[in-house]
Ligand binder design. Structure first.
Ligand code: CP
Ligand code: NVA
Length: 307
């Protein structure tokens, strides 16, 4: 069973194959109407169930269009309006959804819930974000980086702000693809230690830095995300600790001249990033958002054994 709870479930070769497939499929349908299925309809007659225990714009919309472009059908379940929201167990939900759908995507808080769903499902389970990690986002990010003309091995990635789920999956990708991470994060907001250790064990540098300007020196890409993730308090002391890590135009001048800026979105303009950067010439955030569709088509194809 090909679950995709973290990038390592697929491994570097399979993620590289996803990126290559996404590039090909994206090119093959350039200029097509968005709802027209790909010519080969590789997931015709397939159903993707999506369970949302947290809000989403991109993950929800991009998986919806992704399964349609593959010839399949989306089924969206907002947990609050399902029996899951009234206490039906994850295990029973997994057993039932496996009878209706060919794959299940879940967005939830505790990563253990996604693992439990995978344990009891008889179809592949895809992590659409947990408090621990966000692997689908990172396949789209890797696609965006490759499209910008940068090779992944040896890349210097600067992260600014909170050591959150998105950074955890970027660090995992660093280990799989041989790039380095300079994480500028305040004390107490470091990324998950297991992801850091696993990446370092593969021989890449994961530097935890306390100075934002130092973190961006020589960076090929600068990445940030919200200072307050879903489910967290908008605590005054956290926001204050993050303030020196805001990505502004001056900070971007410390990176390489051809550095690109990425943000998984939603952005909190004026907090982790200023308008001039997210709307500026180095920003690739709208391509990054579009690439969620292309990347997730390839993730679905891998999970269902078609890649
Ligand atoms: N980047 C991302 O996962 O966005 P959503 O929360 O809108 O799905
Ligand atoms: N770190 C953010 C990502 C949102 C896509 C969160 O978990 O809320």
């Amino acid at each position: 069973m090909r679950h995709f709870l973290n990038l390592a479930d697929a491994g570097g070769d399979a993620v590289a194959a996803m990126i290559a497939d996404a590039i090909d499929r994206k090119a093959a349908r350039a200029g097509w109407p968005k709802a027209r299925p790909d010519a080969d309809k590789p997931l015709a007659d397939h159903v993707l169930a999506m369970v949302f225990e947290k809000n989403s714009t991109r993950t929800r919309a991009s998986f919806d269009i992704a399964i349609r472009q593959l010839g399949g059908v989306p089924m969206i379940l907002d947990a609050g309006t399902t029996q899951l929201g009234r206490g039906e167990t994850i295990a029973d939900t997994a057993r039932v959804l496996s009878r209706y759908a060919d794959a299940i995507m879940i967005r939830t808080d505790d990563h253990a819930k996604a693992e439990e769903l995978a344990e009891y499902a008889s179809v592949p389970v895809i992590n659409g974000l947990t408090d621990l990690s966000h692997p689908c986002q990172i396949v789209a990010d890797l696609l965006t980086i490759v499209e910008s003309g940068k090779a992944l091995p040896g890349l210097e990635l600067a992260w600014l702000g909170d050591g959150n789920n998105v950074l955890a999956s970027l660090i995992e990708a660093a280990g799989l693809f041989g790039f380095h991470v300079r994480a500028g994060v305040p004390q107490g907001y470091e990324p998950d230690a297991n992801f850091v250790e696993a990446a370092r064990a593969k021989g890449v540098r994961i530097d935890i830095m306390r100075d934002a300007r130092e973190a961006v020196v020589g960076a090929d890409l600068v990445v940030t995300d919200t200072w307050v993730s879903m489910g967290q308090d908008h605590a005054h002391n956290k926001v204050a600790a993050m303030a020196p890590f805001q990505v502004d135009e001056r900070l971007m001048t410390g990176a390489k001249g051809d550095a690109i800026f990425l943000h998984c979105l939603p952005a909190h303009r004026g907090e982790e990033v200023v308008d001039a950067v997210i709307d500026g010439g180095q920003s690739r955030v709208w391509d990054e958002a579009e690439n969620r569709v292309h990347a997730q088509k390839s993730i679905l194809l891998w999970a269902l054994g078609k890649l």
